[in-house]
Design a protein. Structure first.
Length: 318
């Protein structure tokens, strides 16, 4: 029987909850709870509905300490603005609750959560009876999809599924591994990866279709042996450190983790009783109903603190 390994991209889940269109919430002692509440409710619904055999929650480490930042100082530098102290408080609270509930949290200094996910996916695919579900909507994780279709992505907020066929349509490639080369050439302004000036997604795809890899594109540009590379584009490619771009966009599958096999993250059920005192402290009054039935996970029409939105998140505070 095939088992399913769920990998939670906590950066994605937490920030979606942070930006959800609802009022801020606070416990009686003033602790902010909006993000904690939404993430916990999402987690209970996810586990009740999908019943994972294995599960891990992955977290980022300080951005300025990652190997990519040390290699290329501009990498994600635009994201270094001051983080809301309320969000920091809730991230730590979520980590502690996950541990109480019996879900292992995984992170590694110098690496990003995406690298941790890539490493766990790589180990999972080495086993014949494991399929992987990445709970995220991050396009940077598309390169982890395999051609056999054992890796899928799930958006916990919209409840949309993303399979290898969707990745192929999205990027125009047969093998998801080719996405790395496309990203290296087109870059990613939000992550501070410049890529080749003037090269967007369509041009990058055309270059890869012609020359197969980003390094091959660079070699043909240097030698002037490509029929699809114009003199202006050749100049731009020759001025770009394509190897550096590849290093920035390629996810690491060899992060030195203490636990890497799916069985290390085996899961049966949430240890809700261990979290009861904290739920009460935070004012989560109806936490027990989060996992009793799907109906209990839907918005309560009688609640006065309910927000209608397309986020897929339940926003009543009971």
């Amino acid at each position: 029987m095939t088992r399913t390994f769920y990998l939670l991209d906590m950066h994605s889940l937490i920030h979606r909850a942070y930006h959800a269109p609802m009022d801020d919430l606070n416990a009686a002692d003033g602790e902010p709870t909006k993000v904690t509440f939404l993430v916990m409710k999402m987690l209970f619904k996810l586990i009740h509905t999908h019943k994972p055999d294995c599960i891990a929650a992955t977290f980022d480490t300080p951005r300025h300490k990652t190997f990519r930042r040390r290699m290329y100082p501009a990498y994600k530098a635009k994201r270094d603005s001051t983080i809301d102290p309320d969000l920091i408080t809730q991230i730590e609270r979520i980590k502690s609750l996950l541990k109480l509930l019996g879900i292992r949290c995984v992170k590694k200094l110098r690496y990003e959560a995406d690298d941790v996910i890539a490493t766990l996916v790589d180990h999972a695919l080495a086993e014949d009876d494991i399929d992987v579900v990445i709970v995220s909507r991050d396009k940077d994780l598309h390169q982890l999809f395999d051609i056999e279709g054992r890796v899928r992505m799930f958006d916990a907020h919209t409840e949309d599924w993303f399979a290898v066929e969707d990745v192929r349509r999205r990027w125009g490639v047969d093998d998801p591994a080719m996405i790395i080369d496309i990203q290296a050439l087109m870059g990613d302004s939000t992550d501070g990866v410049p890529g080749v000036p003037g090269v967007g997604a369509k041009k990058a795809l055309a270059l890869i279709q012609q020359h197969e890899t980003a390094l091959s594109v660079a070699e043909h540009a240097k030698a002037g042996t490509s029929a699809v590379i114009t003199p202006k584009l050749r100049e731009a490619i020759n001025a770009t450190d394509v190897t550096m771009m590849l290093n920035l966009v390629t996810l690491v599958t060899t992060v030195p983790l203490k636990r890497t096999t799916p069985k290390s993250f085996a899961f049966t059920k949430l240890n809700t009783q261990a979290a009861v005192p904290v739920f009460k402290q935070l004012g989560f009054k109806r936490w027990s109903k989060w996992h009793e039935s799907p109906a209990a996970l839907a918005p309560d029409p009688s609640s006065k603190k309910q927000s209608q939105s397309g986020s897929g998140l339940t926003t009543n505070t009971d």
